[in-house]
Design a protein around this ligand. Sequence first.
Ligand code: AMP
Ligand code: MG
Length: 479
Amino acid sequence: MAKGKKAVFLLSGVFSSPHPASGGELPTEAVAALGGLRASYDLFLAAAGGDGPDGGVGGPLAAGGDVFSGLCPLPAGAAGDLSRRLGEAIRSLGVRTEGSFFVADDPRLVEAAEGAGLCGLYILTPRGFRLLGDLAPDVFVFHDLPDAVRWILDHPEGPRSVSAVVRRGAAAIRRGGLVAFPTETVYGLGADALNPTAVARIFEVKRRPLHDPLIVHVADPAEVAALVTEIPPAARRLMDRFWPGPLTLVLPKRETVPDIVTAGHGTVAVRMPANRWARELIALAETPVAAPSANAFGRTSPTTARHVDEQLHGLYDEIIDGGACRVGIESTVLALAGGRTVVLRPGGLAPEEIREVTGEVELPVPRGAGGASPGMLASHYAPRTPLFLVDDARPYGDRPDVGLLLFRDPPGPVRGQVAVLSPKGDLREAAANLYQALRRLDRLGLRLIVAERVPPHGLGVAINDRLSRAKSGDTILNS
Ligand code: AMP
Ligand code: MG
């Protein structure tokens, strides 16, 4: 048994700036969540000094009172220096790094923590989201601190605990079982894509209609050749540029791909996900993995393992909890045939980015005109609470039984239950928060949710698509 204190370091910012998409009650909830850690860990508050009034020590943290048994001030500075300072602090506090965690919303700090031997966890506060582009790809991210705390309790050995589940998951896939796993888009429910009986179980568990084809996930672009008869040059260029990532390509299928996967179509949708655990799962299973989103058909998609369990109630063999999904919205599905590039379903890769590679991109035909892709159903992604879609949601703000889903911070105060997708109006941030925010509003027992459309460019195309299919109407009642 290694000596020393098992510790969780917390950067003050992860308390003091909860994302407005996660709700305003976070400090209380977060302090309560920490209570669960106290039995097994020493907790240390780390102050990065810096962002906003609570960048230093204090504020809501001080209100946490005796939760904190120590203090570790970290000056802002270069990552190398931070790592050294953190190492010194770890020694002087008597912390053993193995099985200890560092929770922050700053890539430099997480990097320094990992450099010092701790497991770094990253919180998507507004600041965390702004700096996400600088974060190493394999670091676990979470919507909020309570999510991170739950994860620590479930994964006392950090990534090693996850690896163990991935190995069991790969064995389950080989046996024809189902595994829920994280990707950078949303959580998937996967089965061996070459085993029709296993794939059939996906449809059963999700209650998904058989005419809605699945995406086949690979761990390496080289695996695509075994699934398709042709890879056009444009597809090759897109794979080179955007894989691993939130882009799905629809290509002519080989006989080896079972019809149930493609819903009888002569084409198959393929993608290489960016999430480390997704790729390890597929690689260890040694077979491509067919996977739709891990939710009940037609309902809001999951961006955390907890979301998956709330809807599927353990109807799978394993679940890999990799934290929150960084992109948070499904992949862009692209058809490449006859020299045309057509978006079948807008998603996590913006049409503008695709255009840079292919020159032209055709956007989906508007709904009502027949639908562009199988599975692009009019009603999908729906919360239980009726959802209405408007251009400006603020006028509906005074009613206690109405929730507002706002794109960005409103100019003045808005009363009632409000979720803000991105305070400063960043469409990527809005996409990453969309499903989490919808779920939170849905849990509040409101009479309705009024959501506003976002600007129709970049990831806004995908967000508006999901909102319009989650909605029950465009107009609003008066009472
Ligand atoms: P999901 O797995 O829920 O993200 O949905 C996958 C979506 O990808 C389907 O609903 C279709 O819209 C699209 N898709 C998958 N396979 C094909 C295909 N062979 N042709 C056209 N669209 C496809
Ligand atoms: Mg889905």
